[in-house]
Design a protein around this ligand. Structure first.
Ligand SMILES: C[S@@+](CC[C@H](N)C(=O)[O-])C[C@H]1O[C@@H](n2cnc3c(N)ncnc32)[C@H](O)[C@@H]1O
Length: 437
């Protein structure tokens, strides 16, 4: 396909996503099925345009004076890819598959430099209805924080210390991929591959380094959240919302395979991939407790756990770098639904924590309503629990990992927060609560 035909295709897919409120991946897949002549490079280029336009949907539309796929692409090229109006015109010209030429109104809108006068939710590319919630968290920094959350994310890997030393895994991977991973300052275990749009994302899952279990794909924020949980060799740990096991694997490595982890999730399909992942990673201290109808598969664990991890179901606002379409699909009702789930799962988790044990609550959301508010509500109803001061959690991590976290992790009253702008990670919240009685 010639470049201008890719632009037309991206506009078509974006209109499908917005018009039918569809996930981007589904719309792109359907487009691919009905345009089988398109090659892999075309699909990648169209996908990149679509995802970039979704990241910057409001600001791009504002720059081009519209809200449809066409305005999003035109505004993206002008505002975020730095093209002049003449260059935008040239990009969409010259072929029967090309989009219509710029109208006088579009040319005028694209020529004006007025984004600085746009509302904050337009400048920061987030849904207008969430503006009060996000200003509550970020105050004067809301635009900068949300702009960082609108950028694309690098690919982060965690070295699995059960099987490999970080330097060894880094060398092994570099020789396979022909490129060196970065080593973020916040963790000795993280290998980071920045995006290289012209090469596409490397297929990590087919590398020997991955197949041997030396690395896992896991955002640095998720890696750090697992570290802040403070799992240690010999502990009894319940990972109550284990899903596919991303954090379970990190906990098992932190425990050096010593002690016991029980991995559970209320959805057996989500839990299913964990078995292969545990085997590949050489994990030997995890018992998977798959839910069964009419059976309490966790009843023998009540009041016995040193640590209960609640990696809670949430709106995922912290992962908008990776799922930019999700930010335009979230509704007030989904936030209310997740809050109910979160209260329920915290209530359940409390049952398993022993005296002096810890309950660790994690979300990949930046919204107070899912974070500190849920912890406050829990503490109000459970006087036997108290928050561990966030500064203490960071100090313990810094001592152990011999790393200075500095301002990269924000200490709130009831927990820690990471964001792309502060930490270079997805957005995460971690609160550690201790059971006194
Ligand atoms: C954020 S995801 C977990 C991700 C996983 N821990 C990881 O690191 O890959 C949240 C999970 O909570 C599960 N969940 C929701 N409500 C639950 C409940 N009441 N009890 C247990 N699991 C629940 C969901 O099925 C989902 O898999």
């Amino acid at each position: 396909m010639i470049p201008v035909a890719r632009i037309s295709a991206a506009i078509e897919v974006l209109d499908d996503i917005i018009g039918r409120r569809r996930p981007a991946a589904d719309a792109l897949k359907d487009w691919g099925l009905s345009h089988r002549f398109a090659g892999s490079k075309d699909r990648r280029a169209i996908g990149d345009l679509v995802f970039d336009a979704l990241r910057h949907k409001s600001s791009s539309g504002f720059a081009a004076g519209g809200e449809d796929g066409r305005a999003m692409v035109l505004g993206l090229l002008r505002l975020h890819r730095g093209l002049s109006v003449a260059e935008v015109e040239a990009r969409i010209a010259g072929d029967r598959f090309a989009p219509a030429p710029l109208s006088a109104e579009e040319r005028a809108a694209l020529s004006e430099d007025r984004i600085a006068s746009a509302p904050q939710w337009v400048q920061g590319d987030y849904p207008e209805w969430l503006a009060p919630n996000l200003s509550r968290v970020f105050g004067d920094s809301v635009v900068e924080e949300m702009q960082a959350l609108a950028e694309s994310a690098p690919l982060d890997l965690r070295v699995n210390t059960l099987k490999a030393e970080p330097d060894h895994a880094a060398r092994e991977l570099a020789s396979e991929l022909g490129r060196q991973a970065e080593r973020p300052a916040l963790s000795p275990l993280c290998l980071r591959l920045p995006l290289e749009p012209e090469r596409g994302e490397p297929h990590i899952a087919s590398t020997e380094t991955f197949l041997r279990g030396h690395i896992e794909i896991q955002d640095l924020g998720s890696q750090l959240a697992s570290e802040f949980a403070g799992a240690r060799a010999g502990m009894q740990v319940l990972d109550l919302c284990a899903g596919g096991g991303g954090k379970t694997l990190a906990l098992a490595a932190a425990m050096g395979n010593h002690g016991q982890i029980f991995a559970h999730d209320s959805d057996r399909r989500r839990l299913a991939p964990i078995h292969d992942r545990l085997a590949r990673a050489g994990v030997r201290n995890v018992q998977v407790r798959t839910p069964r109808p009419a059976t309490d598969v966790l009843d023998d664990l009540e009041h016995r756990m040193d640590l209960v991890l609640v990696d809670a179901p949430c709106t995922g606002t912290g992962t908008w770098r990776r799922n930019p379409d999700a930010k335009w699909r979230i509704r007030p009702s989904s936030l209310a639904d997740r809050n109910r789930d979160q209260d329920l799962v915290l209530e359940t988790a409390a049952r398993y924590v022993k005296t002096s044990g810890r309950l660790v609550y994690i979300t990949c959301s930046v919204l107070e309503e899912e974070n500190s508010d849920r912890v406050s509500a829990f503490l109000a109803a459970h006087s036997g629990f108290e928050p561990v001061p966030p500064g203490e959690i960071v100090d313990a991590f810094e001592r152990e990992a011999m790393i200075t976290v500095g301002a990269a992790v924000r200490r709130l009253d009831l927990g820690l927060m990471m964001t792309p702008r502060m930490s270079g990670t997805d957005g995460f919240f971690v609160s550690v609560l201790k059971r006194r009685v």
